[in-house]
Design a protein around this ligand. Sequence first.
Ligand code: URA
Length: 441
Amino acid sequence: MHVPRLIERKRDGGVLTPAEWRAVIEAYTADQLPDYQMSALAMAIVWRGLAAEELAALTEAMLRSGASLDFSGWSTPRVDKHSIGGVGDKTSLLLAPMVACCGVAVPMISGRGLGHTGGTLDKLEAIPGFNTRLSLTQAIAQVKEFGLVMLGQTPEICPADKKLYALRDVTGTVESIPLISASIMSKKLAEGLTGLVLDIKTGSGAFITDPEQSLVLARTMIGIGEMHGCRTVALLTAMDRPLGVACGNALEVIESLEGLKGRGPADLMEVTYALAVEMLIVAGVDGDRAAARARLEETVRSGRALEMFARMTAAQGGDAAAVEDYTRLPEAPVMETYAARRDGVVAEVRPRPIGHAIIALGGGRSRTDDQVDPAVGLMVPAKPGDRVKAGDVLAVIHARTSAAALLARASLDEAIVIGEAASPRPLVSHRVSGAGVERLV
Ligand code: URA
């Protein structure tokens, strides 16, 4: 393999063969292809894209670079949900136990916060003792025992993506639909799933802000999933404001637990149910949405979904008593309100500056090795369209120090725009499947 020729061919709009992609990924995983050549190739993909057969070959090679969860001989459907990332996006903590109560196994491998967005692993680790670093053997055993596990990417899963993602992060090559699709789908397919639901966040706070591009991303990932026999469906959901009220790790755990007790904010519950319904449908548990929704609501009403969350927490070493007693979760020592400066209508609650505020408070990362402070964050009850008066509380800052709260206040000035009117995106705007795109509004 002469790597400079491959880079040149891709740079000039040509196509690499499946064997060439396999060789590139094998060599890169084995440290036989240097970062400078891989980053040049990644940049060529950013500019030139990938043909369908190249994308399939790249994803396959990344998937085969490591191990997979092996459920062979086990007939229970296995379904996961993956979000492209957002602010206040805690749906995984709610829908995973709900769906696991409906006879569907949920082997969920999640990520940490990325850029301005939060991550499921950081949220779970806000529960004292919760261990997200399970081995594949432990994860399989837990899924077979009671149908639910939530863990981080292990070193065995897609090592090629782990390396390539870190490289893309520092070489300006994250924003590429084929690279994002191959990266996410190789990891999801390694979970041994029979079905997958994608939550494609759209709007100013999403990684892909243009709804047309979100649809392209959805179709691309669905194509990969279906090719591997994994029924894949995507919903386009709003990320032009945070989802729910709580933004920050422990605060989001509390809001999720409230949701599992039937007291979650309406927007969070609507998106959670919409995604969970699709999970039951791709699993083949229900054929129609109303039946799936009723089944899921029953898991909340009966307390079974909450019990499932507590069981997972205990199994993974976490303090299950925190499910009822929130004082066992970390709490920030400084709490300050943030008020409206004038009368008007909340025109925007921009997720990016909210995410930046959480990073400034210490609840997110500026560098991959930063420690996150699970206690800090923001409660932002203000929603686009709310009529407010000067002095009304728009947010509550949970900080470690007053100096940090001051930084968050500056980000809130940028995030919350008071004007005369609002035009938020519909919470769930499109459903995309192998059959095509359905507008839901
Ligand atoms: N998340 C991933 O896992 N990979 C990407 O490329 C982007 C988001």
